[in-house]
Design a protein around this ligand. Structure first.
Ligand code: NAD
Length: 237
C-alpha cells in the first residue's frame, strides 16, 4: 500500500504503460482517474474517464470533477502519447507534426497547467511525465516525436523548479516497452532495438509502472527534476 489514500490521474490508461500504471497504483491503495480516448474497465479504485489530453476544456472538466469528488489531487501521470510519424524533419507532413505535438507536448503542458493549482491547494503533489529515451538522445527520423519528448524532458524541470517545494516533477524515459507502439512498429527496427539494448530484451509495461509508483509515492520525497531511465541500458553508450 505504497499510495494509500492518494488520488491520482493517469492518462493514456486504457492500454500499455498507462494501463499498467493505473492498475499498480490502485493495487497500492490509490484512487485512480484512468483517462483515455478509449473506455477501459473500472473497479472500486479505478474510475474510467474519456478524455482527449490535447483539449484544454476536457482537462478543466476533469480537474473540477476530481475536486468535487475527492477534494484534492496528489499525483498526475502524464502518459498518453503517440508516435504518429517516423518521418524526418524534411519529410514529416505538417498535419502529423501538429497532431503529435498537440498530444505529446501540449497535452502534458495542459495537464500540468490544470492540475497544479489543485495540487497547490492541497499543499502537495507529484507529477510524473512519461517522456522517452528519444527525449534524451537522437534517433534517425521520428522528428516530431523527438521534438515532443525533448520538450517534455525540459518542461518537467521547469515545473520542478517553478513549483518547488510544494510540487515535485520528474520524467520517466522508457526504452523499448512491449505495447501497441512496439506491435505497430517495423519488425527490423524492433530487432535492432533489442540488439542495441545491453539487457537484450524489451520490457513489460509493469516494469515502467514500478518506476512511476516510486516517483508518485512519498518514498521519492527528496527527488525532483530527475530523469529516470528504464531502457535496459540502451542509452549507456
Ligand atoms: N512503448 C514504448 O516502447 C515506449 C517507449 C518510450 C516512451 N513511451 C511512451 O509511453 C507512453 C505510453 O505509450 P504506450 O507504449 O503505452 O502506448 P499505447 O499505444 O499502448 O498507449 C497509449 C494510450 O494513449 C492513448 N491516447 C492516445 N492519444 C490520446 C489522446 N489524445 N488523449 C487521451 N489518450 C490518448 C491511447 O488511446 C492509448 O490507450 C507514450 O507517451 C509513449 O510515447 C513508450
Amino acid at each position: 500500500m505504497r499510495l494509500a489514500d492518494k488520488v491520482a490521474i493517469v492518462t493514456g490508461a486504457a492500454s500499455g504503460i498507462g494501463r499498467a500504471v493505473a492498475d499498480l497504483f490502485a493495487e497500492h491503495g490509490a484512487t485512480v482517474y484512468a483517462t483515455d480516448l478509449d473506455e477501459r474497465d473500472g473497479s472500486e479504485r479505478i474510475v474510467s474517464v474519456r478524455q482527449d489530453v490535447s483539449v484544454e476544456s476536457e482537462w478543466s472538466a476533469l480537474i473540477a470533477r476530481i475536486e468535487r469528488e475527492q477534494g484534492r489531487l496528489d499525483v498526475l501521470v502524464n502518459n498518453a502519447g503517440i508516435v504518429g510519424s517516423y518521418d524526418s524533419i524534411t519529410d514529416v507532413a505538417m498535419a502529423d507534426y501538429h497532431r503529435i505535438i498537440a498530444v505529446n507536448q501540449t497535452g502534458f503542458f495542459l495537464g500540468m497547467r490544470c492540475a497544479i493549482p489543485l495540487m497547490q491547494r492541497g499543499g502537495k503533489g507529484s507529477i510524473v511525465n512519461v517522456s522517452s529515451i528519444w527525449g534524451l538522445i537522437g534517433a534517425v527520423g521520428v522528428a516530431a516525436y523527438q521534438a515532443s519528448k525533448g520538450a517534455v524532458t525540459t518542461l518537467t524541470k521547469n515545473a520542478a523548479l517553478t513549483y518547488a517545494p510544494v510540487i515535485r516533477a520528474n520524467s520517466l524515459h522508457p526504452g523499448a516497452i512491449l505495447t501497441r507502439i512496439i506491435e505497430k512498429q517495423d519488425h527490423a527496427l524492433n530487432q535492432q532495438l533489442i540488439a542495441d539494448t545491453p539487457l537484450g530484451r524489451m520490457a513489460e509495461p509493469r516494469e515502467v509502472a514500478y518506476a512511476a509508483l516510486y516517483l508518485a509515492s512519498d518514498e521519492s520525497a527528496f527527488v525532483t527534476g530527475a530523469e529516470l531511465v528504464i531502457d535496459g541500458g540502451y542509452t549507456i553508450r
